[in-house]
Design a protein around this ligand. Structure first.
Ligand SMILES: [Zn+2]
Length: 241
């Protein structure tokens, strides 16, 4: 399937040239990014600490700079250059996963979101990786009507929201399976962890997550705390700084 896509991508590029999703510049028929962007990508080194109920967590890049731009391009419409490039890079990274994978699935997007951008981008990425690695892809989750926007929620609320937002389609199928869960970006990891909990409660053996990007939170500096201390003192005195 991915081979067919590679051929159609090369043929279509004769009419409409391929673009590098990180800078939107024109690239060759068989290319997925430009050399300049690739050398500047914030690749993550080493393995990530799995959050919550996950047995392993893998991500290609830190969510910053050109990576953010490429994700935005993908989410603003039918921009297949981004998911195609992400899938190639994620396939490379997936060779680090030494555990047995029985099935690949993806975090589904809502029906409304799917209408807005024209396709389920995580499913497209997951299908492509499966084809390249020889894994089986299966849609195992659906979005419920309870799903709220995660952005404005705290970590705990995100987890609860995610637990209420996704339901398993085929519970019998996942029994004792090792599952690779694919998404484009992981922010706090709450969604992936909540889905892993659902899958394990229904009988899955292990759940590993693979995303293209991961938001990294750094501990605020001492300066930040001092600044916040000043702000709190000023608020106490009835004036804002
Ligand atoms: Zn580029």
């Amino acid at each position: 399937m991915y081979k067919l896509r590679e051929i159609s991508r090369a043929v279509l590029s004769l009419l409409l040239p391929n673009r590098c999703p990180f800078c939107d510049g024109i690239i060759g028929a068989a290319e997925y990014w430009c050399d300049e962007c690739y050398s500047a990508l914030p690749f993550l080194q080493g393995t990530l600490k799995p959050t919550g109920n996950l047995d392993g967590m893998y991500a290609c890049c830190e969510y910053k700079g050109k990576v953010v731009e490429a994700v935005h391009r993908m989410k603003n419409g039918l921009y297949s250059y981004a998911p195609d490039a992400f899938a190639v890079l994620m396939t490379e990274l997936s060779t680090d996963i030494s555990e047995r994978i029985d099935v690949v699935t993806s975090v589904p997007c809502s029906y409304k979101r799917r209408l807005e951008i024209g396709y389920d981008h995580a499913a497209r990425i997951a299908r492509d990786i499966s084809g390249r690695r020889g894994y089986k892809y299966k849609r195992l989750l659906r979005v419920t009507e309870n799903k709220q926007e995660q952005k404005k929620l705290s970590r705990k609320e995100r987890y609860e929201n995610a637990r209420n937002s996704y339901k398993i389609i085929d519970k019998l199928y996942i029994l004792n399976k090792n599952i690779l869960l694919v998404d484009d970006v992981s922010t706090t990891g709450a969604t992936l962890s909540a889905i892993a909990a659902e899958l394990k409660a229904a009988g899955a053996a292990r759940v590993y997550a693979l995303t293209f990007a991961k938001v990294r939170y750094s501990r605020p500096s001492r300066k930040f705390y001092i600044r916040m201390g000043d702000r709190a003192a000023a608020v106490n005195k009835g004036k804002m700084i």
